[in-house]
Design a protein around this ligand. Structure first.
Ligand code: NIG
Ligand code: FE
Length: 398
């Protein structure tokens, strides 16, 4: 199929716009892209009405499988109680852990599908999902299995991360080391063996795990051949990003408190930075991530929803683009790169995120002329169609 009469935001080496482009799809791959006048002839041609096409969007950081709701904590925070105070009082992640442990796979799946459908309605074709609300072996496996299963019932690729080191479970309150032992010696080998996780993540923070504990988790992941990523420098600067860089991490995420030496460390290791403006917004943070320094150092910057029940109940990639621009001063082109090429980098996926020959034919067609039209309105969805693996899975192309 040859798609014509469109402008292509290829995301190759930057925004990479080709005006009046053509894209040849062969089976599940992109075979050719370039100016329409140079397009190979023959075969079926579909004229796309002069719209803008981008790679299918990639949400590279979500926690969308979980039980319960934290609306009551949202209300508490509105009265001035902080996220860290709620966590210390047994709420926060721990309250979602209780709800997630008590739910069946079917219940978790049904709730997760509703959330996933919001992302798909805005052009997502790949979504990363973390565990971390079970903490015990059984519930972590349950979460990862539910996450994996979602791609069997929806047109999306799901990438999973095991986030056992998300919070200390209540049953280990008096023995942190024993919990880290469980994560490292039992659960990481199990999820690696069963191919339930594509990566290992951790939350390195005062209210979560120390740099030394995180190092143990990363060593266990390395021993099992799994890449790592990290929730780092979100609420304070512990130096987690440097540790992550030393393990060649795929990404460091949040990073509001990352300093110049941290930026230099990740620039040197090829680690992507993942900005999560939804969590910044909901927690009313004031410390901005070092966007200028990241740009200067040439670090690939991705953005993601961080969809989770506590700090970022954000179900919209377009709203995330908007927040990345308004709150973090990304350009709309940078925000789109953050949901395509750089999001693929953050997941270690080399076959998507750009429109180029040999890449997966995952495309989103938008009824717009420029990426600013994706980032500038809130609540308006200009998605016209989605192609995944070379097949139309949403909307129509004409
Ligand atoms: O990415 N930072 C840690 N984890 C999640 C929040 C989880 C929660 O509050 O339930 C995050 O923001
Ligand atoms: Fe997160």
């Amino acid at each position: 199929m040859l798609l014509t009469h469109l402008d292509a935001a290829t995301m190759r080496g930057g925004y990479g716009l080709i005006k009046d482009a053509a894209i040849l799809l062969e089976d599940e791959r992109i075979a050719w892209v370039g100016p329409r006048v140079e397009a190979p002839g023959g075969g079926r041609t579909v004229a796309c009405g002069g719209r803008l096409v981008s790679p299918g969007l990639i949400d590279c950081h979500t926690h969308l499988v979980y039980g319960g709701s934290r609306a009551h904590e949202f209300e508490q925070r509105l009265t001035g109680v902080s996220y860290a105070e709620i966590a210390k009082a047994g709420g926060g992640i721990a309250s979602t852990v209780r709800a997630t442990r008590s739910q069946s796979e079917a219940e978790l799946r049904a709730a997760a599908l509703k959330r996933l459908d919001c992302l798909l309605a805005e052009g997502a074709t790949t979504v990363e999902i973390k565990s971390g609300y079970g903490l015990d072996r059984e519930t972590e496996v349950k979460m990862l299995s539910v996450a994996r299963g979602l791609s069997r019932v929806r047109p999306v690729d799901v990438v999973t991360s095991y986030l056992g080191a998300h919070a200390l479970p209540p049953e280990f309150r008096d023995d942190r080391a024993a919990y880290v032992d469980l994560v490292c010696n039992e659960v990481i080998p199990l999820v690696a063996r069963e191919k339930l996780a594509d990566a290992v993540d951790a939350f390195c923070e005062g209210i979560a795990f120390s740099v030394e504990e995180t190092r143990r988790v990363f060593e266990a992941a390395r021993a099992c051949g799994l890449p790592v990523k990290l929730h780092a420098e979100q609420l304070s600067n512990l130096g987690g990003a440097k540790l992550a860089a030393s393990f060649g991490a795929l990404s460091v995420d949040h990073i509001e408190y990352l300093d110049q030496s941290g930026v230099d460390a990740i620039a040197g290791s090829g680690t992507a930075a993942v900005l999560l403006p939804g969590a910044f917004y909901y927690l009313r943070e004031t410390q901005l991530p070092p966007v200028t320094a990241l740009r200067k150092a040439g670090v690939p910057v991705a953005i993601a929803t961080d969809l989770n029940p506590g700090s970022s109940p954000v179900h919209s990639l377009l709203a995330t683009m908007n927040m990345a621009c308004v709150l973090f001063a990304l350009t709309p082109e940078e925000a789109l790169l953050g949901l395509t090429a750089n999001a693929a980098r953050a997941l270690g996926l080399k076959d998507r995120g750009v429109i180029a020959p040999g890449m997966k034919a995952d495309l989103a067609l938008w009824d717009i002329e420029r990426p600013g039209e994706l980032a500038y309105p809130l609540g308006l969805n200009p998605l016209k169609a989605v192609i995944r693996n070379g097949k139309l899975v949403r909307g129509d192309l004409s």
